[in-house]
Design a binder for this molecule. Structure first.
Ligand SMILES: [Zn+2]
Length: 270
């Protein structure tokens, strides 16, 4: 889609956040059209890339490309097949020590070198993380992560026939960056538990169908340093409840993994 840079607008460079801090209690009275949500996702993806250093590491590029493809291929057969087929999937690696990955509605995906360095050869863990993030994007979870004010603002904006993502005020842009996980704020975001469970559950199944051992998800969360709080852990606490649920889903995910292996899928990266 290639939305242009926000010409004439002050870039929302790590702004103050009062208007954008999401609240889990937001009730959405007028949902935004999915086309708008996907356009917003594309805008945040472009914004984030413009403000990052893209990695030149070809091994990483190949790795994330293959992993995303496997997960997305599985998603095209699942609950979110319609969105998975419609999204324009592309993945970029950003040079940044954060242990993080982001997937945006519309199909843009960013993986940080910090995550790739941590998972190393454990590609099953990368499959798990991308499976999880892809579900957030496909389900357009970020709409519920917006503050009430931000959501109302966007609804009003799109009612304007000349609506365009270029017209975002810095406050709206900043709120969207937070809602999509592209900006950390000093307070830990309230984790929307249902969304997290859904992303974990469907994500581990997509990874398994893509040929990634579902135990990789549990290994990933268990491997996080106990007091780490940046990157994914700012919004994704690695707690006992998350790991317990993943263990409960393991038998079913393992069947999908075995079937994927039988059909010739292999997650090993050459
Ligand atoms: Zn999540």
């Amino acid at each position: 889609m290639g939305l242009p840079a926000c010409a004439g607008m002050t870039p929302p460079a790590v702004p103050e956040m009062p208007a954008g801090v999401p609240s889990p209690e937001v009730s959405i009275s007028i949902p935004l059209p999915v086309g708008v949500l996907d356009q917003v996702g594309q805008w945040v993806f472009d914004f984030q890339l413009r403000n990052s250093h893209e990695s030149k590491n070809k091994v990483y590029a190949k790795l994330v490309d293959e992993t995303l493809q496997r997960v997305v291929t599985a998603a095209k057969r699942g609950e979110y097949a319609e969105a998975a087929k419609k999204f324009n999937w592309k993945v970029k690696v950003v040079q940044d020590n954060s242990i993080n990955a982001l997937a945006f509605p519309g199909g843009g995906v960013i993986v940080y070198t910090g995550l790739l360095e941590q998972v190393g050869k454990h590609t099953d863990q990368l499959g798990a993380v991308l499976g999880h993030e892809v579900v957030h994007a496909l389900a357009r979870h970020f709409e519920q992560r917006m503050s009430k004010e931000l959501h109302e603002n966007l609804v009003k904006s799109v009612e304007d026939t000349n609506w365009t993502t270029e017209g975002f005020s810095p406050e709206v842009a900043a709120g969207l960056l937070v809602a999509l996980g592209a900006r950390e704020i000093s307070t830990i975001l309230p984790v929307v538990r249902d969304q997290e469970s859904q992303a974990d559950h469907i994500g581990v199944e997509l990874a398994a169908e893509g040929g990634y051992d579902p135990r990789g998800a549990i290994d990933f969360w268990k491997s996080q340093p106990p007091h780490a709080s940046g990157g994914m852990l700012a919004t994704h606490p690695s707690d006992a409840e998350r790991i317990q649920k993943l263990e409960n889903w393991l038998p079913d995910a393992f069947k999908l993994y075995e079937a994927a292996k039988d059909s010739g899928a292999s997650a090993s990266i050459r």
